[in-house]
Every structure is written in structure tokens, then in C-alpha cells.
Design a binder for this molecule. Sequence first.
Ligand code: ADP
Ligand code: MG
Ligand code: ZN
Length: 477
Amino acid sequence: MAYETVIGLEVHAQLLTDSKIFCGCSTKFGAGPNEHTCQICLGMPGVLPVLNKKVVEFTIRMALATGCSINAYENFARKNYFYPDLPKGYQISQYAHPLAEHGHIDILLDGEKKRIGITRIHMEEDAGKLIHDERNPWSYVDFNRTGVPLIEIVSEPDMRSPEEAGEYLRRLRDILVYLEICDGNMEEGSFRCDANVSIRPKGETAFGTRTELKNMNSFRNVQRALEYEIKRQQYILESGGEVVQETRLWDDAQGQTHSMRSKEEAHDYRYFPDPDLVPIVISNEWIEGVRRALPELPLAKQDRFVEQYGIPVYDASVLTTTRALADFYEEAVKLCGKPKIVSNWVMGDLLRYLNEQKRDIRESPVSPGHVAQMINLIEDGTISGKIAKEVFEEMYKSSKMPADIVKEKGLTQITDEGAVVKAIEEAMAKNPTQLAEYRAGKEKLFAFFVGQVMKLTRGKANPQLVNDLLKKMLSGS
Ligand code: ADP
Ligand code: MG
Ligand code: ZN
């Protein structure tokens, strides 16, 4: 039987505020255990939380960027459960009245746009970290992360394949990073994803029973876990069984999911409004102020690049993955006015060098000014495209300007006819056999002579000129 996959994702994004959500403790990563804690985030009796306004502002940014409606009135709720990394015995979250609802994100699938619904976005606090000592029969707890602000972004079950889920996640991450509210680092856990997945016979409209997958710390692992889980569910249904609704953990080493616990229900958590925090009322002025300060978002930028610069959608999507890369590209185009050529160099040589060294575009030793000047040197005939590769490598290594590199290394293209004629004469004199064969009809040898002339001129001869002159001189005319 043919099945259809249904996927909905819950993403937790750690917000880039300086201090925690309900106290003044630092959110900086890497401090010694429990250095960033106080009575409030340790859950001492009698202390009162105070909401960090930046957290609300960041969440409004995300709500606006995803077309959500923002609730005029909202509050916090206590989600009650026991675990040693949760000192209060409850997590402060939002339940019945989240900050934002009913939005969407557009993703690109084979060049077509597809809209994925956002059910809700709410604010909550993170829990601490347990560290299990392999050699001793005890565990440690570090509360530095307790109270670090998170937003949870819940999608509608709108995705139909692991690839779609991957695409949605990448888009979502790009938006968060564009908005400068989250660093989007999945390996370090500042961007985490739980994946809900079910299957149903093709044509069926009711959803099948879903499982929830946790513990994937990379985009690749989200897709792998989903692929594994889809096969597992198919196997169960095909052998006459029933999928159990449960939470399953992804095991990266084994490439499998394992049952962790049966699915909890909302009522298990005894949600109730937190009496320590007053309801939040967000004014229209505030929302409009945040809206005015929003940056251009990735997909809008991509559309604009295609329109304004006439580059392919693929180029535009690569160049707009981060704001810094898009800015770099636009700056270079502004300086030399050759959008497609700039795109080729940035996506080709520059990104390849940067990726090899795992460097960000912001750490690039080559500036937009370098790229633009180099392209101008090609355009005005000073250097050939082939020599430009060498110049690029050198300017990446030394950050020297391309014009200086060309001058220092004597790489200026030879456009003087006399010099090229001399080189051709030399090549013909050195290779009489090949010349005879060529003249007897072995035309393939033309490329051989191009190579010889280039070698004699150390690659600097203008290729077009070499071509034209060789044609004449080889045939003896
Ligand atoms: P909970 O809070 O218990 O995890 P939700 O109703 O909030 O449950 O749903 C969580 C996620 O599961 C959402 O992203 C939703 O789109 C997705 N989801 C719900 N039903 C299904 C289903 N049958 N198959 C796949 N995903 C689903
Ligand atoms: Mg859930
Ligand atoms: Zn604190």
C-alpha cells in the first residue's frame, strides 16, 4: 500500500538576550557551573520573577516575521513536573494565551513555494543541565541555563516528507538569525527540534497516530530520524499492528529511534496561570515600532535579488542564506556592476575557500572591494579569467588588493600582438612534427598549440588573441 507522511515540528529557539527571562543573571555560555544563578532562577521560596522586556520584543519580531497575529492579552502558565534540572518543580511557559498564533513560513521546493502553517509561538524558560559522571554513581546539576529565555514555535502538520521538514527548519533558522534573536546553532543546542510524524494511506484525510522524536542535534539527523521512523511505522501497519503514540529518542550511533515514554497529555502537567506574573498587554504602538525596525527577510531578499540583479533563483537563495553574505554580495555588485559575475566568484571561489576553513563571511580576508576590483581587471582586459583564479587565491591568502598582486607578480595580460606572434613562432619552431601533422589535417592538435603558447607566456597571453593568431599562423596563411 502507498502511504503519505505527515510531519509537524516543535522548535525551541534560545533568545540572544544578555540576561535571563525572569532575573538579571547573565545568559553567557561557558561560565563555571552555577556561576550564573541567583535566588530567582534557583527557585528559592518567596522570590518573585520579573519579566525581561527584551524577551517580549524578540518574540514580537518573530511573530511579525511569520505573519502571526499577536494576542493583545496574554499570560504565563506553570507547567508542573518533577525533574532534578528544574528547581521550582514547574516551568514557566505560556499555555492558553500564547503571544502569537496563526502564522506561516514559505519554503522553496524545487523552485516552487509552499506555505507551512505556524500554529503558535510562545515564550518560556529553559531548564538546567544534568551532567552524569561515568565513573561515579552520581550526577551533577548546573543551573546556569535555568531561566534562559526560549521561544517555542509550533508548526501545523503541513509537511509531507523529511526533505520538506529539513527545508522548513533551515528557513526557520535563517529567519531567526536574520532577526538577530537567536544564533541558530543546532550542535550547541540553541536551536532544537522535536519532530512529530505519522503516516496514513494515500487518499485518507484523517491523520494517523503520531510519534514524537527527540534528541536530534543536526539538520541531517532530523531527516535521518524521520526517515527511520516512517519506515518503522510502515512496517508496523503492514504487519497488521498499530502505531503507539509515544515519545521516541533518536540514537545517532545506531541510527534508530527508541521508545522513551508514553505520550504525556496536557492535563498531566496541571497547567494553571502563574500568580506571580501579571498578564501582559502589548500596545499597538509597540508592535508597530518593532515592525518598522524589521530587516528584509530571506525570501523577500531572494525575490528581490532575482528581480533586481537578474541572477538565477538558485544563486539568490545561496547568496541570501545570511544577512552578512547578502550584504557582501550587494556591496561588490555596487562597486563593479556585474551581478552574475560577482555571484559566480562569491558562490564559487570565495565560499569554497571559506568553507574549507570553516570561516564565516564576516571573517573573510577578501572584501567586496577586492572582488569588485578583480572583476574590473578581468573586464578591462588587464588579466585573463584564468590568471584571475591565481590572483584570487593570492588575495585570499594575503588580503592584498588584486591590482597590487598583478603588478608585483607581473601578471598583466599580454595583449600586444607582436609578443604573441613571437610566442607562436617559437612554439611552431619547437614542435615541427606536430605542426606537420596539424597541416596534414589533424585538427585536434590546435589545443596542443594553445597550451604551448600559454606555457611560453606563463598563462598571460590574451586567449582570444592567441586563438585568432594561431588559426592564421598554423595554417600558414
Ligand atoms: P503536544 O503539545 O502534545 O506535543 P500538539 O497538539 O501541540 O501536541 O502538537 C505538536 C506537534 O505535532 C505540532 O507541530 C503538530 O503539527 C504535530 N502533529 C499533530 N498531529 C500530528 C499527526 N497526526 N502527525 C504528525 N504530526 C502531528
Ligand atoms: Mg510536544
Ligand atoms: Zn538568576
